[in-house]
Design a protein around this ligand. Sequence first.
Ligand code: MN
Length: 255
Amino acid sequence: MAEKKLILVTNDDGIQADGLRALAESIEDLGDVFVVAPELEQSASSHSITLDSPLRINDHGRRRFGVSGTPTDCVLLAVHRILDRRPDILISGINHGPNMGEDVIYSGTVAAALEGYILGIPSIAISVASWDRVAFDEAAEAVRELPIRMMKLESPRPNLWNVNIPSILKRDIKGIRITKLGSRVYNDVIVEKKDPRGKDYFWIGGGEPGWSSGNDTDFAAVSAGYISVTPLRPDMTDYEGIELLKEWIVEWQPR
Ligand code: MN
């Protein structure tokens, strides 16, 4: 019999998060599920890594481990220390809050999946696109097919998917759309207020954000009631920029 699949689950909302619990429970039958997640919430930690302070691993029992660091720390410790073989898949989430458009750059949820990808592991980041109360068990059920599909993919290289689920009942979800990253428009980026002692303070991201983008984006899919799946890659090269620079180089003469 083939060895059971090894599934690594992590997140950035912390090991106590409801989205993490719901995800891990919903895929329990797909293989050996290990949870390695930050002890404390690390949202918007992006891809930060702890290099100048010690990291602790706390055994929470039942293949669950808390790490005193970031999502990236969790993936590195899981792969190089906690697990005794390479995971067949890494799933990060389910995050409480959307991770679409440029927000994937700040996201600890997406960073954990990206770290998995860099280590050669097929990886999925999953978020529910709402900051309100979320039915995470329904959301987890709605995307169960995605890790199943990813583990069956016969691809010469690992894949990395960023998934956003609309925060509606599972039966109201219209389906899945393959999308590209959209573009967010922030209003009132910095909110300025006075503290009780009359001193100014500032709050980043206070306004209600909007988005401007085409029909083929993550934002458009989620607002139309679809699960959005965006394949990502860490190559930030601007290929059109290369062509532009090449034209300039042809014209350029050393003096
Ligand atoms: Mn989060």
